[in-house]
Design a binder for this molecule. Structure first.
Ligand code: SF4
Length: 393
């Protein structure tokens, strides 16, 4: 009986300790705590000592080596941060090296033709990034970069994340570069259980990120958080046993790091059926330069949505003033964009007349190799080259 009472007492004591700890952390890391009304407790002191310094020590020993790191050149930081959006680091490395060889300075980029920039970007996707790079280079050429996130964010294609990354890495401004990685890591470190898509929670995460920034190495701290998120504090199941912040991470201490961050489920992308017509006339096929936002400025073959049958394709081509006949269906291809999927059937058609269409270009095999075509056209492009190269033999 007595031992049961002791057991109950211990159980309750553990419960009270856990409750008190949660209240303590809520107070310490609440928004009020970061606005100077901190009661007796100094949260930034704790975060710098227990999170920032250990993470920087880990970063110094384990940081990933990239050609764009440690140069301190704002052009390199800007370019790499733009390339890294939505693209894996391994892919970016080779693109970065090639791009900077072609356009070694902001001024060289500013003087380039859009088609050449898009060609250098070919395969990286999200081509609006390349078009905005060019616009921004033309604004900055001869003037240099602004040095604060507040100014940088006004430039085309530079959002709050990129502005903070450039300002902290190239100019030492202590601002957190909040992207998916940092939001995830910080939500876990501070055990934020609210939906991180909510504006108030985003602000809270930003404030917490700011409390982690040391005055002397904010760029390194942002990159350390990025590296931690990319290699250890992974989406899904983090590898906490390898983490340098394990002892201070509240999600780990609560035993539920893999349930964080809480966010809305992604909507599935829209499926679109698309006929890709390789319309051949002699030794050329018809390309079209896209005006639509998606893949704007890139060259594609004739794309017909919702025209799958031979008669529907003939009718759609007829509406463009083109009279043509089908040779054969070559095969299928699929390309996944963020919000849509193109399910493509690639078809070979022939015409006797090189009809002009708006934005159209009759292209030889050599032109197809030289012009910027998106990855979505990769399979169709191979077939087109086979057809044209065969015709030349
Ligand atoms: S302990 Fe785990 S959840 Fe916490 S920061 Fe490290 S890897 Fe992420």
């Amino acid at each position: 009986m007595q031992s049961q009472n002791i057991y109950e007492m211990l159980k309750n004591t553990r419960k009270y300790i856990k409750f008190a700890r949660n209240v303590f952390y809520r107070l310490a890391f609440s928004r009020h705590a970061h606005r100077g009304r901190r009661l007796w407790y100094t949260a930034p002191m704790r975060t710098i000592d227990t999170l920032t310094l250990p993470l920087l020590a880990w970063y110094d020993a384990h940081k990933r080596a990239f050609p764009f790191r440690d140069s301190g050149n704002p052009y390199h930081v800007w370019l790499s941060e733009i390339m890294l959006q939505q693209t894996r680091t391994a892919t970016v490395t080779s693109y970065f090296t090639r791009f900077t060889a072609l356009f070694p300075t902001v001024e060289a980029l500013a003087a380039a033709e859009e088609t050449d920039v898009l060609k250098a970007w070919e395969g990286l996707g999200y081509y609006s990034r390349a078009r905005n790079l060019l616009k921004t280079a033309r604004l900055l050429a001869g003037k240099g970069f602004p040095t604060t996130a507040e100014e940088l964010v006004k430039l085309p294609g530079i959002g709050p994340y990129t502005a903070a990354a450039i300002a902290s890495i190239a100019f030492g401004q202590p601002v957190p570069a909040m992207d998916g990685n940092l939001n995830r890591v910080i939500a876990r470190l501070f055990h934020i259980t609210d939906n991180i898509g909510r504006p108030a929670v985003k602000r809270q995460l930003h404030d917490l990120g700011k409390s982690l920034m040391p005055e002397d190495r904010p760029g390194d701290m942002n990159q350390a958080l990025m590296d931690l998120g990319a290699t250890i504090c992974l989406p899904g199941t983090p590898e906490c046993h390898r983490c340098p912040l394990q002892k201070a991470c509240l999600a780990y201490l609560e035993g539920e790091p893999d349930t964080l961050p809480v966010m809305d489920a992604k909507k599935p992308p829209v499926q679109m059926d698309m006929a890709v017509i390789l319309l051949q006339c002699g030794d050329q096929v018809l390309l079209r330069r896209r005006k639509e936002t998606l893949l704007k400025g890139l060259y594609v073959f004739v794309l017909l949505e919702d025209a799958q049958s031979k008669s529907a394709i003939a009718k759609a081509l007829g509406q463009m003033g083109i009279s043509a006949r089908e040779v054969k269906t070559l095969g299928t291809a699929r390309h996944v964009f963020t919000h849509r999927v193109w399910n493509m059937t690639v078809r070979h058609w022939q015409t006797e007349e090189k009809t002009d269409i708006p934005g159209g270009l009759w292209a030889s095999a050599q032109d197809i190799r030289a012009l910027p075509l998106p990855t979505a056209m990769k399979a169709a492009r191979e077939w087109a080259l086979q057809i044209l190269d065969k015709g030349e033999e």
